[in-house]
Design a protein around this ligand. Structure first.
Ligand code: MG
Length: 377
């Protein structure tokens, strides 16, 4: 069985408040849909990820550029959007999971339960049994009690064998609220697997706070530090945080000696617990002679992404008397942000002197320290 995950992000959902469709609103510094995309893209049993977008969103920067995702334009209804996603599955795909972009807290274990159930059912979907007493009410008065036995709250991802779901959608009315309804209308059997109370659908403004609270429990937050020093040598410029600055001397080093970028790079490796620049790019290896330091930084950033982390922030302090850093701070932040794939508002580059004390005070070299925070949800 080869599985595609289709994330439906074509809705215009406005009940959550805010100016943007809810799947693009920010949760913990990222669009809501980014969390489910990461989860399915990183799941070992998912071979293809398809993201269905509203036509108006395609050419906007709203949606996360997950390189593994196949992008599809959605239709006028939810069913039409799912059908567009189904039309885009690869030739090897035999089953599909359809997930709501507004459920950011889907877990690997939940995905596995749905996939396991598909081995013996035409369809499978997670749900949570209703445990609260259910009332009927009229004008804020309790008018009756609903028997809750056999009632479930439905969740996603909903999984199906591809051929059966395609046939079911071919006869759908387009009015069904989810794919289980489409499948059942076509006579398919759909197993209920254990849902997850944390797999909430963000619908109202209150749900953002609830999701953020739940995420903090799931979150892996890592902090790393980096420290680097390079000695001055004769020259006419230095590279600091990716910016070339004219100076009366240069910095000595095996690479371009960008001490600030090296400190930030080492802080990322440090947060990952995965060594340092010297280990990944040995100075004894001639291929790194004179190398541009962004090669090191981009390697560390890619390694963090491969491990499932995003960069929450980075703070770098350059310690020197000269050159003066202030005029170049904004350019440094912009360059570093581009290499790190984060907003420059999440970066800080600042400078201090050491009051003419020590090697930096005597202008023998430049030091840099950096702190980076990585987050995995
Ligand atoms: Mg260095």
């Amino acid at each position: 069985m080869t599985t595609a995950a289709i994330i439906v992000a074509a809705g215009r959902g406005t009940r959550a408040g805010g100016a943007l469709p809810k799947q693009w609103q920010q949760l913990g510094g990222r669009p809501i849909a980014a969390y489910a995309m990461d989860k399915f893209a990183g799941h070992p049993r998912i071979a293809q990820l398809i993201l269905v977008l509203h036509p108006e969103d395609i050419d906007t920067p709203l949606w996360p550029r997950e390189p593994a995702a196949h992008i599809v334009t959605g239709g006028a209804t939810r069913a039409a959007s799912v059908q567009a996603g189904l039309a885009a599955v690869g030739p090897d795909i035999t089953q599909v999971l359809i997930h709501d972009a507004a459920r950011p807290l889907v877990s690997d274990a939940l995905i596995d339960r749905v996939l396991d159930a598909l081995q013996s059912h035409q369809g499978a979907a997670p749900a949570v049994a209703v445990t609260d007493t259910l009332w009927h009410g009229v004008a804020d008065q309790v008018s009756g009690v609903q028997d809750r036995s056999g009632l479930y709250r439905a969740q996603t991802p909903q999984g199906f064998h591809l051929a059966e779901l395609l046939a079911a959608h071919a006869t759908s009315t387009g009015l069904e609220t989810d794919d289980v309804a489409v499948a059942r209308a076509a006579g398919l059997d759909v197993a209920i697997v254990a849902g997850d109370e944390d797999n909430i659908k963000i619908t109202t403004p209150d749900d953002f706070a609830r999701a953020e609270k739940l995420m903090r429990h799931h979150m892996d937050i890592r902090c790393g530090n980096g420290y680097d020093v390079h000695r001055f040598e004769p020259g006419d410029h230095v590279w600091l945080c990716g910016v070339q600055i004219p100076h009366t001397r240069g910095l000595q080093g095996h690479s371009d000696a960008d001490v600030g970028m090296h400190a930030v790079t080492d802080a990322i490796y440090g947060a990952l617990g995965m060594g340092d620049i010297g280990q990944h790019f040995p100075p004894s290896d001639p291929q790194w002679k004179g190398a541009a330091s962004h090669i090191f930084l981009e390697h560390a950033v890619a390694l963090a992404a491969k491990e499932g982390f995003t960069i929450s922030n980075a703070d770098c302090t350059l310690v020197c008397e000269f050159p003066k850093i202030g005029p170049h701070q904004d350019a440094m932040k912009a360059v570093m942000a581009a290499y790190m794939g984060v907003a420059s508002s999440r970066l800080s580059v600042k400078a201090t002197t050491s009051e003419r004390l020590g090697f930096t005070g005597r202008e023998e070299g430049i030091a840099a320290i950096a702190t980076v925070t990585l987050v995995k949800s």
